[in-house]
Structure formats: structure tokens, C-alpha cells
Design a protein around this ligand. Structure first.
Ligand code: HEC
Length: 121
């Protein structure tokens, strides 16, 4: 019985691991797609382009915040949560994000894949 349960957990792990990996890869591809998501037009890792370096995203942001920011930057910007307030302070931003942060509309699933990729940074 215990063995069967353990085997079950292992099987789930084996299935889940490649799936999580696939999301990171999908997110990376989207991030670098200059037509679809356009992130890489403005962002790099380790240097400022038009937008800030995203090299520390894994330390600065959570997945729900990233999905919100990518799908609805204006709404996120208006939030009083510590993550948003902290970002404005860190980047010395007082003006609303639009039109700079206005990537084309992405589905929450696509935004989630991009977030998974950014959280590896
Ligand atoms: C037209 C330029 C532009 C595009 C396209 C763009 N960004 Fe940004 N991004 C910015 C700027 C500028 C900021 C700084 C906040 C602001 O002024 O809106 C920012 C902020 C961010 C932050 C917060 C950084 C921090 O230090 O907390 C993240 C995360 C982010 N962008 C991710 C993305 C992702 C993912 C995409 C693609 C879906 C994207 N951005 C597309 C310009 C852009």
C-alpha cells in the first residue's frame, strides 16, 4: 500500500516536471517573440533597455503579480500592494505605466508561461 502510494507520487512528479519545464520554454519563446509579446523589445536581463532589467524578477515578484502586470498593467499600477508600491519606489516611477507598458493583449495562460520563465531569473 505504502509502496503504491509512493509510486503514485513519483509518477505524478515525473509527469508534472516536464510540464512545468514546457511552460518555462513556452514563456521564454513568447518573451523573445518581438511580434507576439514584444517583451524583449524593451527588456533584457542585466541591462536597462527601454524598460528595467528583469534579471532579479524571481526575487522581486510573485507569479500572480506578474500575470496581473502583463495582462492589465494599469490595474496593477493602481494597486496599493507592497509589490507594486515597492516597484514604483525602486524604479522611481510616479507616472502611470501607459503607454510604455502596453504589451499586446495576452491570455492569462500566456502571461502565466511568461511569468514562469521570468521567475527562473
Ligand atoms: C514598450 C516597452 C515595454 C514593453 C513592450 C514591455 N515592457 Fe515591461 N516595463 C517597461 C517599463 C518602462 C517598465 C517600468 C515601469 C513602467 O514605467 O511602466 C516595465 C516594467 C516591467 C516589470 C517590472 C520590473 C521591476 O523592476 O519590478 C516587469 C516584470 C515587466 N515589465 C515585464 C514585461 C513583460 C513580461 C513584457 C512582455 C509581455 C513587457 N514587460 C513588455 C517597458 C516595457
Amino acid at each position: 500500500m505504502v509502496r503504491a502510494i509512493l509510486a503514485g507520487f513519483m509518477a505524478v512528479g515525473l509527469v508534472a516536471a516536464p510540464l512545468a519545464f514546457a511552460d518555462v520554454n513556452k514563456g521564454k519563446a513568447l518573451f523573445n517573440n518581438a511580434e507576439k509579446a514584444q517583451c524583449s523589445v524593451c527588456h533584457a536581463f542585466g541591462e536597462e533597455v527601454i524598460g528595467p532589467s528583469l534579471a532579479a524578477t524571481g526575487k522581486l515578484h510573485t507569479k500572480p503579480w506578474l500575470v496581473g502586470w502583463i495582462t492589465n498593467p494599469s490595474k496593477t499600477w493602481a494597486g496599493k500592494d507592497a509589490e507594486t508600491v515597492g516597484m514604483k519606489k525602486r524604479l522611481k516611477k510616479t507616472k502611470a505605466p501607459a503607454p510604455e507598458h502596453n504589451p499586446p493583449p495576452l491570455t492569462p495562460e500566456q502571461a502565466g508561461d511568461i511569468a514562469d520563465f521570468l521567475l527562473t531569473k
